[in-house]
Write a protein of this length. Sequence first.
Length: 221
Amino acid sequence: MDLYEALYTTRAMRRVKPDPIPLDVQQRIMDAAVRAPSGGNQQGWRFLLVDDQATKEKLAPLYKDAVGKLWETFYAGQLAEAEARPNDPDSISFLKVQKSANWLGDHFAEVPLFLFPFTQFDPTGSSIYPAVWSAMLAARAEGIGSCITVILSFFYPNEVNEILGVPTEEGWAMQGCISLGYPTGTWGVATRRPAHEVTYRNQWATDVGFETTEPLWPPRT
Ligand SMILES: Cc1cc2nc3c(=O)[nH]c(=O)nc-3n(C[C@H](O)[C@H](O)[C@H](O)COP(=O)(O)O)c2cc1C
């Protein structure tokens, strides 16, 4: 797959089929992921793949509860605003994300595979993100949808570490939970605020020197 196609179309694909992901596909995803950079090439990471039904069923109520907490805390204001003005484009977009996030909350145990990334003694926690994104791009190349989530590590780290047998006394810290599965929908280009509106040159809030009103992929003929 063309790299730009993967970069433009790796969306948050929460709605997936229960079909299992073959082991050789998982192997290719993880082999690509560990090629990612880490600070000082320390590779202070571990990746825990969870496909055991009983384990997923233990995690599912925690995940569902965490989704609820998300709307009651971080996004409470935005949700109230979106519900008050449901026809605003921003509200439509927010409510769409909420619906999709709730789907994952309601169907967690049906998702075939989760990837839990962990770091050890990484004070910034940032060294794991290139590997996580590489895994998600490799999954995209395999036709597998993914969604990075952080709510379990935020709201229930101790409970999840206990369920997964993580040796936290050795400094291992959960950095998220990525759902993986064959999508029920289709791939599309992510809609975002244009690059020129969020990129400056040399000085804060200056013109970057280019303007892109439409995504540059797929290339126009
Ligand atoms: C660091 C990070 C944390 C995220 N946490 C969650 C989460 O806890 N739950 C969830 O459903 N989605 C989560 N997401 C997914 C975002 O909501 C999603 O990437 C965003 O809405 C853009 O989706 P799109 O690419 O389909 O447009 C997270 C994404 C990132 C990058």
